[in-house]
Structure formats: structure tokens, C-alpha cells
Design a protein around this ligand. Structure first.
Ligand code: GTP
Ligand code: MG
Length: 426
């Protein structure tokens, strides 16, 4: 684990290393390393520089090539660097070889993100999920360590056996722990599921705020609901989901949820690990996507968000998009372009609290146009209302009592009309 030091103490010095491959998307190596640099800063590291080289593909043993690895080793000694961070995923063998040549610790992008998650997780659920992600990442690496040992100590049969035995023990321990964590997470999940059911019964629509990390999701939640969600100019400021209630101008109550930010190539282990947290997204009636319009790579970031949404099978959900941080956008052309690209995109500043009226109106209209589940108790003398629910919605359940009719129906809000007074839910 990276040690986080107080401001006065020197922080661990890191050098970023990246390869510029021939690529077909618009992310430039400078953008990628700028993001890596922000991740490193979030992890509490001091970035002393970046080393970029060009290759057609990674070198199998050392990723950047042996000559380059030596050059970087020299730089580590000169600049007092104690950590190398690679933009990209390293194989266990590459990590080991790079560590051998440079004499310093080596992390890849996935490991750096995992480190941040370890540092920032607050709730028990988040902690469990992260430990699981780390162990899942570690398990194949234990196999890697085994190859390493058997190669090094190959000449001495007894030592190799001892090495194999130790690795076997480690792997078994790791597997047992993974099983245990899975059980614990299942327990926490059942609890959340119960909470969710209660919410569904209350009939309040859930609006899930999503977007790239640092786009302003928590700031927007705070602005909309006066919730005290922590916001920071850091990547992954939020790890634990927060849900807050608010009332829209129409009088409709809604729940807003703020979740972990998305990032390009969100490591698979983390998507899996955070599936439970991100389930809020899957449960949502409506997604509220926050774009940081002041960021140069806003459209590439949006693309990455779409990829993660697809992974979560939430890419078809109804959505309202906000063009955030317009207070930082001086170029009128950029705003015009964004409005052209995103039909109904609402320009706002979550921080300066501008454009919020338009946003609330857009949410109200969108929600009114969605079919949602409602429960009603309608008097026997209003068969016309029951007939209308049949006509405009999908009746899921109907029970005739002595004096009234109990109906469960999936229907758009605007069709409720006179039946609204007989709603059992908010
Ligand atoms: N200028 C300006 N800054 C904003 C605006 N909205 C958010 N920010 C700033 O952007 C930074 C990130 O905001 P957060 O709300 O923490 O972003 P987030 O999307 O929740 O980020 P993660 O939880 O890390 O994924 C903070 O420094 C905010 O003050 C805005 O409208 N204008
Ligand atoms: Mg946040």
C-alpha cells in the first residue's frame, strides 16, 4: 500500500511511464498521462516526470524494451524516484523484470486505481469489495511468482519444492479469503436488496447520477438535495453510494443517487467488485449523466461512460444529460456544439447553481413520460377510473374488495389524472 504522508512530509516520488502506440481513437498519450498523473496525485504521490516512448507493440519481457528500462533505471537513481507507474496493464513477468532492472517498485494503472480505492473506501461494503478485487488481481500473480521461483532456484530441487509449497499455501489462503469475502458481500447485498424493496414499495422514482470521475456528480447531488456529499478535485472522490430525497417543482418526490465515477478502461475486477454499488444504476428509473464540458476530452469521456453503462446493461435507460461547469466554458462555440450533439442537453453549473430550474423541469417532464408502477385503492363506484387504467397502462394485479378495488398498474404519470387521489404510494 502506498503511504499517504501529511503535507509537510516528503511524499513518495513517482515517475510515469507510457508508450505511444499507433492508435485509432483520439486519446493522445499526453491526455492519458495527464489522467494517470491525476490518479497518482489522488493516491498522494509526487509525480516527478513522465517518460514517453514509441513502440509498435509492448516488449514481452519489459513492456518498454530493455534499453529503455535501463535508461529509466538511471533516471530513478538521479531523481530519487522510488516508484514507477505504467500507463497500461503489465503482466506479472513484466512487473518483476522492470522491478529487477530499476530497483524500485512498479505499479500498473489497474494497481494504482486499486490503491486509490483502498485508501478511499469508507463503508464496510466498499472495503469488502475492494479487498476482493485486490485478491482476485493477486491470485494469478501468485502463480506468476511460482514461475519466478522455480526458474531462479531451478538447480536446487529441495528449494523449489519449498517454494512451490509456500505458493500453494498462499494460493489456498487467498482462495479461502475470497470465498469468505463473497459470503460477507452477499450478506450486505441482501440487506441492500431489502432496503431497495422498501423503496420500490414507496413508489418513489430513482434518478441515478452518473458520469466520468470528477465531472461534478457529487456537487450536483449537493446542489439538488442539500446533501453533504463530499466533493473534491480528485479522481474517485466518491466510492460509497449516497441516496437523497428531493421534491421537484411539480411536487413529485424523487430519490437521487450518487455513485462511483466512471473512468476509461475501468479495470474489470473493479466493475465486477462494484457491481453491487453500481446496481443502483441498474435499478434507476432515469439516468442523469453529468458531462464536464470544460474538459478537453469531454466526448471521449462520454464514450467511456457509454462503454461502462453497456457492461452494466443500463445503456438503454432513459436519460437526461447535463452540460456541467459552463461557468468555465468561455467559448460560445463549444456550448453550441454540445447542444447540437446532445438533444435536450441542459447547460448548468452545479457549483455556481445556474441552470437548475431548467434541469428540474427536464427531469419532471422525463419522469412524467415514464411508465412506473403504482398501487391504488379505487372506490367501487368509479369503474370508469379502473377502465382507464386498463386502457392507458398495464394492470399487473387487481383485487375486488367489498367497497373498493385494489389495482397495481404500470402507467405514465400523466395518465393517472383523477385516479391520482386514490394512490397508495407517494
Ligand atoms: N467550476 C466548476 N467546478 C465544478 C462544477 N461542478 C463541480 N465542480 C468541481 O469539480 C470537482 C469535482 O467535483 P465532484 O462533485 O467531486 O465530482 P464527482 O463527479 O463527484 O467526482 P468523483 O466522485 O471523484 O467521481 C470539484 O472540485 C468541484 O468543485 C461547476 O459547475 N463549475
Ligand atoms: Mg463524487
Amino acid at each position: 500500500m502506498i503511504e499517504v504522508k501529511e503535507n509537510s512530509e516528503p511524499r513518495e516520488r513517482a515517475l510515469l511511464v507510457g508508450i505511444e502506440f499507433k492508435r485509432n481513437d483520439r486519446w493522445e498519450i499526453e491526455d492519458l498521462l495527464a489522467e494517470l498523473s491525476q490518479l497518482a496525485a489522488t493516491a498522494g504521490l509526487e509525480v516527478v516526470g513522465m517518460n514517453i516512448s514509441r513502440r509498435s507493440k509492448p516488449h514481452p519481457a519489459t513492456y518498454i524494451g530493455t534499453g529503455k528500462a535501463r535508461e529509466i533505471a538511471d533516471r530513478c537513481r538521479q531523481d530519487g524516484v522510488s516508484l514507477l507507474i505504467f500507463n497500461g496493464d503489465l503482466s506479472p513477468a513484466q512487473t518483476r523484470n522492470l522491478q529487477d532492472v530499476s530497483g524500485v517498485r512498479v505499479l500498473d494503472r489497474t494497481e494504482l486505481i486499486l490503491e486509490i480505492f483502498v485508501q478511499r473506501a469508507r463503508t464496510r461494503e466498499a472495503r469488502l469489495q475492494i479487498e476482493l478485487a485486490q485478491l482476485q488481481y493477486l491470485l494469478p500473480r501468485l502463480t506468476g511468482a511460482w514461475t519466478h521461483l522455480s526458474r531462479q532456484k531451478g538447480g536446487v530441487k529441495g528449494t523449489r519444492d519449498a517454494g512451490e509449497k509456500q505458493i500453494e499455501i498462499d494460493r489456498r489462503k487467498t482462495r479461502t479469503r475470497i470465498q469468505h469475502l463473497n459470503k460477507e458481500i452477499a450478506k450486505v447485498r441482501r440487506h441492500r436488496e431489502a432496503q431497495r424493496k422498501q423503496r420500490r414499495r414507496a413508489g418513489i422514482p430513482l434518478v441515478s447520477i452518473i458520469g466520468y470521475t470528477n465531472s461534478g456528480k457529487s456537487t450536483l447531488l449537493n446542489t439538488l438535495t442539500a446533501a453533504a456529499a463530499p466533493t473534491e478535485d480528485k479522481l474517485f472522490a466518491t466510492l460509497d453510494p449516497i441516496i437523497r430525497k428531493a421534491v421537484l417543482p411539480s411536487g413529485r418526490a424523487v430519490l437521487f443517487s450518487d455513485t462511483v465515477g466512471f473512468i476509461r478502461q475501468l479495470p474489470h475486477h473493479l466493475i465486477d467488485a462494484f457491481r453491487a454499488t453500481l446496481e443502483e444504476v441498474g435499478e434507476a428509473d432515469l439516468l442523469l449523466e453529468v458531462l464536464d464540458l470544460s474538459h478537453r476530452m469531454v466526448w471521449e469521456r462520454k464514450r467511456s461512460v457509454e462503454v461502462v453503462l453497456k457492461e452494466l446493461s443500463a445503456d438503454e435507460k432513459p436519460m437526461v444529460v447535463v452540460l456541467n461547469k459552463i461557468d468555465l466554458v468561455e467559448d460560445e462555440f463549444l456550448l453550441g456544439e454540445a447542444r447540437g450533439r446532445i438533444d435536450g442537453g441542459v447547460p448548468i453549473s452545479a457549483l455556481r447553481k445556474t441552470g437548475l430550474e431548467d434541469l428540474l423541469k427536464a427531469l419532471d417532464e422525463k419522469l412524467a413520460g415514464l411508465r412506473r408502477s403504482h398501487r391504488l385503492l379505487i372506490p367501487q363506484n368509479r369503474p370508469d377510473l379502473v377502465a382507464r387504467l386498463h386502457r392507458d397502462g398495464r394492470v399487473v394485479k387487481i383485487d375486488y374488495h367489498k367497497k373498493d378495488v385494489y389495482v397495481e398498474v404500470m402507467i405514465e404519470d400523466r395518465f393517472l389524472e383523477d385516479a391520482r387521489q386514490y394512490l397508495l404510494d407517494g
